[in-house]
Design a protein around this ligand. Structure first.
Ligand code: ATP
Ligand code: MG
Length: 207
């Protein structure tokens, strides 16, 4: 079975994530895509803006309507930084005889050589690297060792120019966020008054 993994902070999840996951699923013949919100983002040691539980809830809401999408609490249940190597090792146990495809934007995969134990990571999974506005595929060359580059499958796509940062900034400025992320996520954000102050949630707080 070919399984896609969509990892991220999802603070909050938006249509850029959903679009790229669906595009990768169809073009690479993936049977399912697992969305895995990270507990403690290794590249943002200071924490996230919404708690892990809230980010997980929004990701569940956003992925609900696609039968091929599911959401895993694997990383938010693990203490310490969320390393891909640990996640992939656990997934190998849960889904034996599967091939893993880690779906990322070019901006994220460009940092692959800084990931914890990246030599093992690239043995455990292939990478599908999606173009993102401002991040063409060519920007990867010369940045990554060959062992990484040969495990990366480029995905030339026209994903919407949306980032979680844009959504958080718009909330702070009282601008609408509807149609940047599914309605269920928009409602959840307003109901729980998320991102209004953009205060960082200290690592370890789960509610
Ligand atoms: P932030 O602005 O807080 O960094 P983000 O929108 O980049 O948030 P992340 O949770 O950091 O979202 O990203 C998770 C993964 O999704 C990364 O691999 C990132 O490159 C990818 N991604 C996010 N938005 C898009 C988009 N619009 N098109 C393609 N890939 C995207
Ligand atoms: Mg990002």
């Amino acid at each position: 079975m070919r399984i896609g993994i969509m990892g991220g902070t999802f603070d909050p999840v938006h249509y850029g994530h959903l679009f790229v996951a669906e595009e990768a699923r169809v073009l690479f013949g993936l049977e399912k895509v697992l969305f895995i919100p990270n507990g403690r983002p290794p590249h943002r040691p200071e924490g996230a803006f919404a708690s892990a539980a809230r980010r997980y809830a929004m990701t569940l809401i956003a992925t609900h309507s696609n039968n091929a999408f599911s959401c895993s609490p694997l990383e938010i249940h693990r203490s310490g930084p969320s390393y891909a190597v640990d996640t992939l090792t656990a997934l190998n146990r849960d889904y034996p005889d599967s091939e893993f495809y880690y779906i990322t934007g070019i901006d994220a995969v460009a940092e692959l050589a800084t990931w914890h134990r990246y030599e093992e990571v690239v043995k455990l999974s292939r990478f599908i690297a999606a173009t993102r506005p401002g991040f063409p595929i060519a920007s990867l060359k010369n940045r990554l060792p060959l062992a990484c580059l040969e495990r990366i499958l480029p995905l030339q796509t026209s994903s919407p120019n949306i980032s979680s940062t844009t959504i958080r900034d718009r909330i702070k400025k009282n601008l609408p966020i509807r149609y940047l992320t599914p309605d269920g996520v928009v409602n959840y954000i307003y109901e729980h008054r998320l991102y209004v102050d953009n205060e960082l949630i200290p690592v370890g707080v789960t509610a």
